[in-house]
Every structure is written in structure tokens, then in C-alpha cells.
Design a protein around this ligand. Structure first.
Ligand SMILES: [Zn+2]
Ligand SMILES: [Zn+2]
Length: 105
């Protein structure tokens, strides 16, 4: 399923204003490049797995909204402290969390 070009519903509150469509478009361009140069054998997490897209913030709950490049779906942030990766709640693939959320490098 692909939400591109349609109104995306917020995965938290169901609203249509929480997700920034422009951010999704920019992210899709960037992640295309990532997959082009992706190194699946790499020891470096950020070369091996794509970083989630930061595509907005839920207006009602303030939760950050992330985007999975594998299944093209938004989901609410779900990172755990001291972890640099998360699992997509939809397709269970490993994704890196954005730099701004990392607690270490
Ligand atoms: Zn929302
Ligand atoms: Zn996914």
C-alpha cells in the first residue's frame, strides 16, 4: 500500500494535518539514494539499515511521526533509550533512528 499523493492519516490520532507531506517527499528522495548505496554486509548500522523519516509531529499528542521506507507507512516514534535502531511496527524491518534522537554516536 502506498500513501504517496494521498492524504496521510496520522497513525496516532487519525488526523490529516499531523504528517508533513513535503517532508515525506524529501525523505523519499533521500532514501532512494540510501538504497542505491546500501551496504547490507556493513558493520556500520547506519550503512546497513535506512534511517526512519521524520515526517511530522502529532498535533494532539506531540508524538513524533516516523516513516518506514520499506512498507511506505507512517508510525509513531518508538525508540528505546540507548538504542540506535527500531523495528517498524508494520513490517518488522530494522530502521535507524534519526540523529536528533540518538543519545550517543
Ligand atoms: Zn495526530
Ligand atoms: Zn515498515
Amino acid at each position: 500500500m502506498n500513501f504517496f499523493g494521498e492524504n496521510m492519516e496520522c497513525p496516532v490520532c487519525g488526523g490529516e494535518k499531523c504528517i508533513r507531506k513535503s517532508a515525506v517527499e524529501i525523505y523519499k528522495d533521500l532514501i532512494e539514494l540510501f538504497f542505491k548505496y546500501q551496504d547490507k554486509e556493513s558493520e556500520v548500522t547506519f550503512k546497513k539499515h535506512p534511517t526512519v523519516g521524520e515526517i511530522g509531529e502529532c498535533e494532539k499528542t506531540g508524538k513524533k511521526l516516523w516513516y518506514c521506507p520499506y512498507c511506505d507507512k507512517p508510525f509513531p516514534e518508538n525508540y528505546e533509550l540507548d538504542k540506535v535502531t527500531v523495528e517498524c511496527p508494520h513490517c518488522k524491518k530494522t530502521l535507524c533512528i534519526p540523529v536528533s534522537n540518538r543519545t550517543f554516536c
